[in-house]
Design a protein around this ligand. Structure first.
Ligand SMILES: Nc1ncnc2c1ncn2[C@@H]1O[C@H](COP(=O)(O)OP(=O)(O)O)[C@@H](O)[C@H]1O
Ligand SMILES: [Mg+2]
Length: 495
């Protein structure tokens, strides 16, 4: 793992030269023998350094460590990304962190903005129920921890960096993204001279250390010796090593124990002490880190909802709290993009302008003009339900069909969705590694910037950009999930 280093500062200064991207990254010109050697070395390096996931064909690989490992899908070489846009994305992280915190304090705004959605979407409604209960008892969250990831695409036509979404729950790949950046630096330090690439132009990535540090600082603020950090996980998680990277750093660097429980286990084994302390399996919990609970599939019975409520009622630090979770919904993203809404939450005019600049077009379905446009030209829009985790969005002709169906039904069903301007990023050549095989593809990339925020009453303990993730997917695919098999893990080559 890399030493701590400001990931926004390249190790050496990249020359800001527009020609760079075309010169450096035409992988089709790479000599075949060099390519084969690079592939072999990269696969060995990935295996030796834990760039791994469980293999879907082996069920136990999602629950028993050390079983059925395969390398995580990755890009053989990093992808060109303009340094100015990279810096812009890094600069936005602390502003988004602060925005999430401010919006989370406005319970009325969250409830009102989501009130129509609530009627159309059962899952959002259940989350809002928990939130209402906390408002009723006037629950205070003095210590607030956010581990967010803001995702962006670079719109080719306008050359602007546009936000895809802000993840406030279970932001994945703080662990594996660091390993990919190191892999690319390692490969380029050896093969760079053959292919005209410089390893120093891959920014160092310390996401895992920074996330672990944020969790450790939260644990310290909670100040209960002997308490542990609870990772709330899915029963089967092929991406568990990404999470274990964090646990290992917490243990080895910070001396903090983590335990892993599903929501169902937290229900069976959890109890609240009269002072609000959460006990799970007899252990006192300082911080609850949710790597599950963001999708309806994580709540197959009432038991899981009971666990979520119990945890929210406790005094443990929740990452995220129910209000942080709601701020990350697509509906709130769309509400924040309306005129004069950011001004309700932030004072600094420059910050507001920076945020607004990265907002793509976002609309609710109660705007008839936009719905008409989307029916006419569905290819220019993405339709999104209130879901996380990939594979839920609607594209192309299905946008038209779904909108027409909703119009016919004339019910509140449209409130379950938002419409978003479709972003068209630059297409470049990529070499994707999956299951030990190489695939040369035309691809587009999505940059994720990790952010960490920790506040204890009036004291802002942390507000940082905390590393990055690039995901590169076949350009013909609309969705971008790595776990879902659409995308590969990648890192940035600054140009
Ligand atoms: N406005 C958009 N333009 C182009 N592609 C998009 C847009 N919004 C989402 N996508 C694609 O769909 C994927 C999933 O959408 P996202 O909003 O991130 O939802 P999820 O919560 O499921 O990750 C993204 O990773 C991206 O590849
Ligand atoms: Mg996403």
């Amino acid at each position: 793992m890399s030493e701590e280093h400001d990931p926004c500062t390249p190790i050496t200064c990249g020359v800001n030269n527009d020609d760079d991207s075309s010169v450096v990254l035409d992988y089709h010109d790479i000599d075949e023998q060099v390519l084969q050697n690079m592939v072999y070395d990269a696969l060995v390096w990935a295996s030796l350094n834990g760039l791994v996931v469980g293999h879907k064909s082996l069920q136990r690989s999602g629950s028993v460590p050390g079983v059925g490992l395969v390398h995580a899908p990755f890009s053989l070489l990093p992808t060109a990304f303009p340094e100015n846009h990279w810096r812009q994305a890094c600069d936005l992280a602390p502003i988004f962190n602060e925005l999430v915190d401010r919006v989370s304090l406005d319970g009325k705004f969250l409830q009102e903005s989501l009130s129509r959605t609530r009627k159309a979407d059962e899952f959002t409604s259940r989350l809002l129920d928990i939130h209402s209960k906390m408002l009723e008892i006037n629950k205070k969250e003095d210590i607030r921890l956010g581990l967010h990831r803001s995702d962006y695409m670079l719109d080719e036509q306008t050359k602007s960096l546009l936000q895809v979404e802000l993840n406030t729950v279970s932001s994945a790949f703080a662990g594996l993204s660091c390993v990919v950046s190191e892999l690319h630096r390692s490969i380029l330090s050896h093969y760079g001279k053959f292919i005209g690439l410089d390893s120093e132009k891959v920014p160092a990535n310390s996401a895992v250390n920074q996330y672990a540090e944020a969790l450790a600082k939260a644990w310290t603020e909670y100040n209960l010796p002997g308490a542990v950090i609870l990772f709330v996980v899915q029963a089967e998680e092929q991406n568990m090593y990404d999470q274990h990277f964090l646990s290992v750093v917490l243990r080895e660097r910070h001396g903090i124990t983590t335990i892993r429980k599903t929501l169902a286990e937290a229900d069976q084994q959890g109890e609240l002490l009269p002072d609000g302390t959460l006990l799970v399996d007899g252990q006192r919990i300082a911080v609850i880190y949710f790597r599950a609970g963001y999708t309806p599939a994580d709540y197959p019975s009432e038991s899981e909802w009971k666990a979520r409520l119990l945890m929210e009622q406790s005094s443990a630090i929740k990452c995220p709290s129910i209000s942080y979770h709601l701020v990350g919904t697509k509906k709130i993203q769309q509400e924040l993009a309306k005129p004069n809404v950011l001004e309700r939450f932030l004072e600094n005019k420059d910050d507001i302008a920076k945020l607004r600049k990265c907002f793509a077009g976002l609309w609710s379905l109660d705007e008839p003009d936009i719905v008409r446009k989307a029916i006419e030209s569905p290819e220019l829009f993405v339709m999104k339900p209130q879901r996380e985790g990939g594979g839920n969005n609607i594209y192309g002709d299905a946008v038209r069909e779904t909108l027409q169906k909703l119009q016919k039904e004339g019910s509140q069903g449209d409130a379950a969705y938002i419409l978003m301007q479709k972003i068209f990023p630059n297409i470049s050549a990529a070499i994707m590694m999956r299951n030990g095989s190489l695939h040369k593809e035309n691809a587009v990339s999505e940059l994720g910037i990790f952010g960490a925020y920790l506040r204890n009453n009036d004291k802002v303990v942390l507000n940082n950009q905390s590393g990055y993730l690039l995901r590169t997917k076949v350009s013909s695919s609309d969705e971008g999930g790595v776990a879902a098999g659409f995308a590969v893990l990648d890192s940035v080559y600054l140009t």
